[in-house]
Design a protein around this ligand. Sequence first.
Ligand SMILES: O=C(O)COP(=O)(O)O
Length: 251
Amino acid sequence: MTLDLRLVRAVAFDLDGTLVDSAPDIQHALNEALKNEGLQYFDLDQVRGWIGDGPDMLIARALAHQGLNDAEDELRTRLRRWFDAATLAAPLAGGTVYPGIVDLVAGLHRLLPMVAVTNKPTPLARAVLDAAGVLPFLDGVHGADAPALRKPAPAMLLAASERLGVQPRQMLMVGDSEPDMRSAQAAGCPAMLVTWGYGHEKLGGWPDSQRVASPNTCCRRCARRAPAANRFATPRRPSCPLAEGPPSRSS
Ligand SMILES: O=C(O)COP(=O)(O)O
């Protein structure tokens, strides 16, 4: 799909690896859960490679890595409870908001409605976004509260676009991983792959024109192409710098 940002009326952001470098908190929550059940725990690089499909898949990968593919549902449920409790107790203790993200969302929220579309369950996602200072700028948080919602399924993007009253082709998905890009394709949304997160290297064939290397560039691309007629009667200039030279054809 060609990326035509002139159509964009709303933006959907992935959370982990796009807005927030949450891997240290995810590692902490996973290891707390595993330790509480007397299981092997894992280092940050290992856990980072497992992020992207939500906590149930993360737990399944940690179990599989210690030969527990057949672990009972009760154990998985307990691990998930420990994981959720540890996340809610410290949503952003070790992780950080990526530099430039707060400026990006603070700048764009005057121009375009924005949502988070994440494979984290909604309560955990809201806690992290709140701790990150991003929640007040969002018009909705769509978390994968059931397996069928998980990206790459298009369900959350379709629900978000319907809720915002825009067509899927008018909602830009900004994410760092294959599930994000595939979900956008399945929903019929344009997509921008960020290169500061966890999964972009797995998408070697993704077009350069649909990659973005910094939140600032993402802000300029979206803001420059945002239509004059949007939901805000008097759009204000975003706080992120917009005057860094003319936009290129591919931006
Ligand atoms: O929690 C995860 O594994 C990933 O969540 P994301 O969809 O925000 O990247």
